[in-house]
Design a protein around this ligand. Structure first.
Ligand code: C5P
Length: 236
């Protein structure tokens, strides 16, 4: 497979075309950003850590029957994925109250959420990724009701697999964001799963082990990502 020109550069990843129109290369960069790109930093080893972390998780999900775009690792900070037609809707599941939910509703951080909540956000940087719902997504053509139903089912299946995986490593999967796209018409998990897009707390001390360390200036960001990886069996 040959790497061709850059198709798109996001805040932390760049996407390249290949000689196969059905395949793309994802390059995980060391760039880290938060607050809609207002806080930015380059963190050494981040690209490599997130690339290997994502590959490990995507393979677990694939093995559990969840269709993902992941195909294979290509280098320390690159992987090959299926070329999805992305659906511009982010799916968020929360098992424990934190972040945006606490800010919006004034509920107590750390409160267990039973059953877990499911939220939709429009992928729209310029407008701060506003919260949306099924009705808005259907009316504006961002996703069909059938696609949304599949996205919700798959997002909760991911929760079943990953909650247990992290719990086995003594961590709580507090919340996470997933993005989906279409491949041959099938709703397929895209983007990445890494500590950049989820919250993970130590199950005993509740220490934050995810991107909140960067957002809140707590330090030890990549060390925490590596510790999460080590606890679930990833070698970097
Ligand atoms: O900010 P909020 O609490 O709504 O985020 C919920 C979860 O989704 C967090 O784990 C956060 O890291 C993730 N997220 C993300 N990308 C976004 C919005 C949220 O990865 N654009």
């Amino acid at each position: 497979m040959q790497k061709r020109d850059e198709l798109y550069a996001g805040k932390a990843k760049s996407v390249y075309r290949t000689d196969d129109p059905q395949r793309l290369i994802l390059h995980f960069r060391d760039d880290t950003s938060a607050f809609d790109g207002k806080k930015k930093e380059s963190l050494a080893r981040k690209g490599m850590v997130n690339n290997k972390f994502n590959a490990f998780i995507m393979e677990k999900l694939q093995a559990a029957g969840i269709p993902t775009h992941f195909e294979t690792l290509l280098s320390d900070d690159e992987c090959v994925v299926k070329n999805l037609e992305m659906i511009p809707v982010e799916c968020v599941v929360r098992n424990v109250a934190a972040g945006g939910l606490v800010r919006r509703l004034g509920v107590e951080e750390g409160q267990a959420l039973t059953p877990p909540t499911f939220e939709l956000f429009l992928k729209d940087d310029a407008n701060g990724d506003p919260m949306i719902n099924e009705s808005l997504a259907e009316t504006f053509g961002w996703a069909t009701p059938e696609q949304l139903a599949t996205m919700k089912t798959l997002t909760f299946q991911v929760n079943d697999v990953l909650k247990q995986l992290f719990l086995d490593g003594d961590m709580l999967l507090v919340d996470y964001k997933l993005e989906f796209g279409l491949f041959d018409g099938q709703v397929t998990l895209g983007d990445e799963f890494s500590p950049d897009g989820c919250r993970l707390w130590d199950a005993n001390t509740r220490e934050k082990m995810d991107k909140d360390r960067f957002r809140q200036g707590l330090g030890g960001v990549i060390e925490a990502y590596e510790e999460v990886g080590r606890r679930i069996g990833i070698t970097f």
